[in-house]
Design a protein around this ligand. Sequence first.
Ligand SMILES: Nc1nc2c(ncn2[C@@H]2O[C@H](COP(=O)(O)OP(=O)(O)OP(=O)(O)O)[C@@H](O)[C@H]2O)c(=O)[nH]1
Ligand code: SF4
Ligand SMILES: [Mg+2]
Length: 405
Amino acid sequence: MSTIKSMRLHIGLFGCTNSGKSSFLNTITNQKVSIVSSKPGTTTDPVEKVMELKPFGPVLFIDTAGFNDQSFLGKKRTEKSKKYFDRSDVAILISDASQWGKEELKLIKIFKEKKIPFCIVFTKNSTIPKDVLQTIEKLKYPYYIHPSIRPNSDFTSSITSMLKKILPKDWFETPKMVADFVNKDDIFILVIPIDKEAPKNRIILPQQQAIRDILDKNGITVVITPEQIQVTLSLLKKDPTLIITDSQAFKQVFSLVPENIPVTGFSILLARMKGDLDEFIKGIDMIPLLEDGDNVLIMEACSHNPVCNDIGREQIPSGIKNHTKKNIHFDVKVGHDFPDSLKKYRLIIHCGACILNRKEVLFRINEAKNNSVLITNYGATLSYIAGDSKRTLRFINGQKKRKKD
Ligand SMILES: Nc1nc2c(ncn2[C@@H]2O[C@H](COP(=O)(O)OP(=O)(O)OP(=O)(O)O)[C@@H](O)[C@H]2O)c(=O)[nH]1
Ligand code: SF4
Ligand SMILES: [Mg+2]
């Protein structure tokens, strides 16, 4: 199973036009990924490239447009590149030392404000002015002087050792989807509806991840459709440790599974892994408080999934309206661009965010907090509409408490 993009370390390449960002990307990947030219403003839209980079495993490099492009289109490109700050786990500031100046300092200020660990790569073999070097050394910013634009192992190992220095210590301990719940021979039932909306001939990534986590810990996975719940429970000699269901099947699962057997959803586990489940739970408490005329933002991270399409546009709006009996207005926004203004909303309901990295999900949660808007996700909302959001959270809360004790 290849690592999904959202789980890779995201490394943003930022700097002025012509500083050598695209050359850096091509050098480190040893491929012609980005167009390089001596004309400033060559990279217009950010370019993403995945690669295996030891010891981090799979990473995603993001080559951005030059930060100092003041032309009309340049400003638009810069705006687009700025969105990548919120997706970058770490940043590399690429600079032609002879041009070092206020744009570089502006970028460093942004990295600090946004708490993005960063390092500096000086390109073009140009001499770094003494005062610049002194300041950088005094502030202990890791830097590397890139002697040539040809790939070589020294170059790669210098970059990786810089990245290792700046990466937060907990990066290598990214929470797993279910691994921390699993003991040897525990039984986990995964409920996956195979209806017309199910992707053809495959199961989706959160389901794959759950299976892999359970296998890693020598647990036992039983994968079934909702129609097989009763027969499966009757065939098992012991109760399953947990039933994990697709959000679409909450109602059916709640009605068929005895209360003593814990139930949760893939999207709840995904929220725990990538986001802040506690914030999403607070968001759920907002639903019964919604009033006539309130605006709710439905936020989907991508537009290609017909299941999410139906959940965001049909199931959740009609479920909430039926539940609250209020005339609530729903806006749907799709894609990587989170709206700049959230002021008009009382609640944000985010999709499962399977294509976003943890950094971006946390950024969105933070933006909601900064605008005093509560936020929750599809899974938590669907379990609420199905009548028992507390049940889907009970097991996770119990595990959390057990860990604390
Ligand atoms: N000698 C030398 N030239 C370099 C180096 N890095 C980049 N260049 C040259 O600098 C010019 C600009 O390089 P790019 O990699 O396109 O720069 P960029 O930062 O991506 O530029 P924009 O896309 O315009 O923002 C090209 O002519 C490169 O060949 C380097 O380390 N040494
Ligand atoms: S959960 Fe979000 S990111 Fe994942 S497929 Fe659905 S809309 Fe796309
Ligand atoms: Mg470029």
